[in-house]
Design a protein around this ligand. Structure first.
Ligand code: COA
Length: 365
């Protein structure tokens, strides 16, 4: 029961996982979506409820592009943050400021607009802060490109290659939804109190930040980057095993044999390795094989996923914010589903504290 392992904590029609059919978003396999769809199609599928027609997709993308421009108050908040702020805290601050500028109505009548506004603004929050604090300039936020392209263009130098845009789309898709994971469940609890959508999303961000959840990818890639050879990496894995320390990017609460997203992440890293140092890919494979062989633990999406971002020359501390931009569609789909059949989520606990006793006045303690 610890960590609610194995507890069925509600029902949902958004995503199925661990049923023997792989990971499905509203019935569509993650592999097909990652290989064949643009992230915006997946976002529409999850938030609106179906795969868009060409017309619906054009409309959806246009709305997101309009909301890329940030309100002045959001820019002012981002300007006020110290350079040292963790990018996940930047995301959180941006979402809170956005909710102050354009709050959701108490009857949720503008929830669809709030969802579009959030999805459009999330990449801009990071791009604006990055340009201001790292490059000393105000970024233009009016791109008409896809979200994957917009991110690559806004956060590094050089025109994005087609293979990079495709890989970014696939990564955003892989991270978009995952049933009752910690951040989504936390977001559903917030939704169940009838709080607003911005609060649901910032709950998700706060929960995702930890390294046992979203923060694992930046730690996993930092681990791989430490080594110059396979031998050096394997020695360090042995040392960590001896100290009984965890290796980030391995293990999963639901997937005990394989994370279905990992195979796609692996394929993407292999395709992009020519853009960087291919030796890192070899080192990652060696670590994966050793952890699997000795501990029986499969790699999860964060292991090769981190390498994909690295090969695209993206800043390591931005990996978890990319997770936010993607998982936000899952959070919002769950918040809407919770609202549609709401009962406040309020479990009970087994009490293990002191038995009833008398109060002792301050002067007598
Ligand atoms: N490295 C080494 N050992 C690990 C491990 C890892 N990454 N993940 C789990 N284990 C070991 C645990 O130490 C434990 O061993 P024990 O039974 O000897 O005590 C056993 O495997 C079960 O692990 P546990 O932490 O109880 O599993 P969980 O279901 O509670 O947690 C995770 C799942 C994902 C939190 C856990 O595997 C983990 O911390 N992984 C690293 C973080 C990560 O990659 N998170 C991203 C998930 S997508």
């Amino acid at each position: 029961m610890e960590g609610l392992a194995g507890v069925v904590a509600g029902s949902s029609a958004i995503c199925s996982v661990g049923t023997g059919e792989g990971l499905l978003y509203r019935g569509y396999s993650i592999e097909e979506l990652a290989r064949r769809a643009e992230f915006e199609e997946v976002a529409h599928l999850l938030v609106v409820g179906h795969l868009p027609t060409e017309r619906e997709l054009a409309h959806f993308k246009q709305a997101l592009q309009v909301y890329r421009e940030l309100p002045l108050i959001v820019k002012q908040v981002l300007q006020a943050l110290p350079v040292s702020t963790h990018p996940m805290d930047v995301m959180k601050a941006g979402v809170v400021a956005l909710g102050c500028a354009y709050p959701e109505e108490l009857d949720f009548s503008n929830q669809d607009t709030c969802a579009l506004r959030l999805l459009g603004a999330l990449p801009s929050i990071l791009i604006y802060w990055h340009n201001l604090h790292k490059l000393g300039k105000h970024a233009g936020l009016n791109s008409d490109k896809s979200m994957a392209h917009y991110l690559l263009e806004g956060l590094r130098t050089g025109t994005p290659l087609e293979e990079e845009v495709k890989a970014m789309d696939a990564m955003l898709t892989l991270y978009a939804e995952h049933e009752f994971n910690a951040s989504t469940y936390a977001n559903r609890i917030t939704a169940s109190t009838l709080s607003d959508l911005y609060s649901c999303v910032s709950t998700g961000i706060n929960t995702l930040k930890g390294r046992l959840h979203g923060g694992a990818n930046e730690v996993a890639i930092a681990f791989v980057l430490r080594f110059h050879s396979v031998q050096e990496a394997l020695q360090e894995v042995d040392a960590l095993f001896a100290k009984k320390e965890k290796i980030m990017g391995f293990g999963h609460r639901v997937y005990k044999k394989a994370d279905p997203r990992s195979a796609v992440g692996f394929e993407l890293a292999e395709q992009l390795k020519h853009l960087g140092d291919p030796k890192l890919f070899e080192i990652a494979i060696a670590i994966r094989d050793k952890v699997k062989q000795e501990k029986g633990l499969p790699d999860n999406i964060d292991f090769f996923g981190g390498l994909v971002y690295h090969y695209m020359r993206l800043e390591r501390l931005y990996y978890t914010p990319f997770f936010v931009m993607s998982r936000a569609v899952g959070w919002m789909a769950h918040a809407f589903e919770q609202r549609a059949h709401n009962r406040i989520i309020r479990p009970t606990s087994t009490y293990t504290g002191a038995s009833k006793r008398s109060f002792i006045p301050l002067q007598d303690r």
